[in-house]
Design a protein around this ligand. Structure first.
Ligand code: ATP
Ligand code: MG
Ligand code: FE
Length: 322
């Protein structure tokens, strides 16, 4: 079964083709350079660029996979959540291909896709406890099957990735600032600046607006007093607070839900401290199947949507036969 999957929810237009679970290609057109000058993603520009990029991304995907479009058995695409203009372009391209080859069209959820990005090169044993850390989401999910996702906690305001990017902007770093803060933090002292640990309560919910405001205020106060901020130390202190609360909540969630697989998903799963924290948690709780996704499957890509589609199909077919 050959699945062609389209991801276009934000500023990447991506197509992957998967054949019986094996990835044939994972083509991604990124718009980072175009959005950089505005300091963040401009929705209208993202949709217009998707329109320009969709043609060559599709041609490139078929070429790399060495197949004809008629060989595709199913077309999957990200239906939600995301920027509406960006999503519509992906949907129209997917619908056009499905109609042309007369094959089924499968609308999928972007966040479920992020979680299955971790399953591309690894096997999930259920239940899976997945920490979703991305540009728009911070949530803990229990996955019982590819058809059964339960959110046990989510952010009440800003997402962790958004918080990274906003803080980075005030620090004078380019968009997207998350990877740059991560880099600066490598040689910084995490104890140098005292920043709050947001929403340290007994829920599984998160809140990042307080940490964002506290960090930005710290920078502005220093500027007003004419004091020099050490960027490496600030990055390390910020990163420590941002991830410490995830560690605290995951420790408790693992105790309560006893997952067979522990994983992390979304753009911020590319973060070095985040990856280290998940691996340590897996070790502490003796979860043999602790999965850190490959770097190329952390931020938005088509492969994760293809994998989600494949796993849903396999699961549904298995249950039909029984
Ligand atoms: P969502 O998936 O919630 O709809 P999105 O698709 O815009 O949002 P992703 O592509 O999943 O977000 O992730 C992008 C985010 O990941 C950005 O906020 C970026 O700064 C962050 N990010 C990427 N690499 C790192 C890193 N090494 N450290 C911290 N943050 C990172
Ligand atoms: Mg992006
Ligand atoms: Fe995403």
């Amino acid at each position: 079964m050959k699945i062609l999957a389209i991801e276009s929810s934000c500023d990447e237009f991506a197509i992957a083709i998967m054949d019986d679970g094996k990835l044939l290609c994972n083509v991604i057109s990124s718009q980072i350079d175009q959005h950089k000058e505005y300091g963040g993603v401009v929705p209208e520009l993202a949709a217009r660029l998707h329109l320009q990029n969709s043609g060559w991304v599709l041609r490139e995907a078929l070429e790399q996979s060495k197949i004809n479009i008629e060989d595709i058995d199913m077309v999957a695409y990200t239906a939600k959540p995301g920027l509406i203009g960006s999503l519509i372009i992906g949907k129209v391209v997917a619908e056009t291909i499905a109609m042309y080859i007369n094959k089924p069209l499968v609308p999928l959820d972007h966040i479920e896709g992020h979680i299955y990005g971790a399953a591309i090169d690894h096997n999930f044993e259920y239940p899976v406890l997945a920490m979703v850390v991305s540009g728009g989401h911070t949530q803990i999910e229990i996955v019982n099957s590819p058809m059964d996702f339960k959110i046990i906690g989510a952010t009440e305001d800003d997402a962790i990735g958004e918080c990274y990017d906003k803080v980075a902007r005030v620090m004078g770093l380019e968009y997207p600032g998350g990877p740059l803060i991560d880099k600066l933090a490598q040689t910084g002292n995490p104890e140098r600046y005292k920043l709050p640990l947001a929403k340290n309560d007994d829920s599984y919910d998160f809140s990042y607006s307080g940490l964002k405001t506290a960090t930005i205020n710290l920078i502005h106060n220093a500027e007003q007093k004419g004091e020099e901020i050490n960027k490496n130390d600030l990055a390390a202190s910020f990163q420590k607070s941002a991830i410490e609360i995830i560690k605290i909540k995951l420790n408790r969630a693992i105790e309560q839900y006893r997952p067979k697989t522990l994983t992390v998903a979304g753009g911020v799963s590319a973060n070095s401290l985040m990856r280290k924290t998940i691996l340590e948690l897996g070790k502490d709780h003796n979860i043999k199947n602790t999965i850190i996704p490959e770097m190329s499957y952390c931020t938005d890509n088509g492969a994760m949507i293809a994998k989600l589609c494949y796993e849903k199909e396999m699961f549904q077919n298995k249950n039909k036969i029984r």
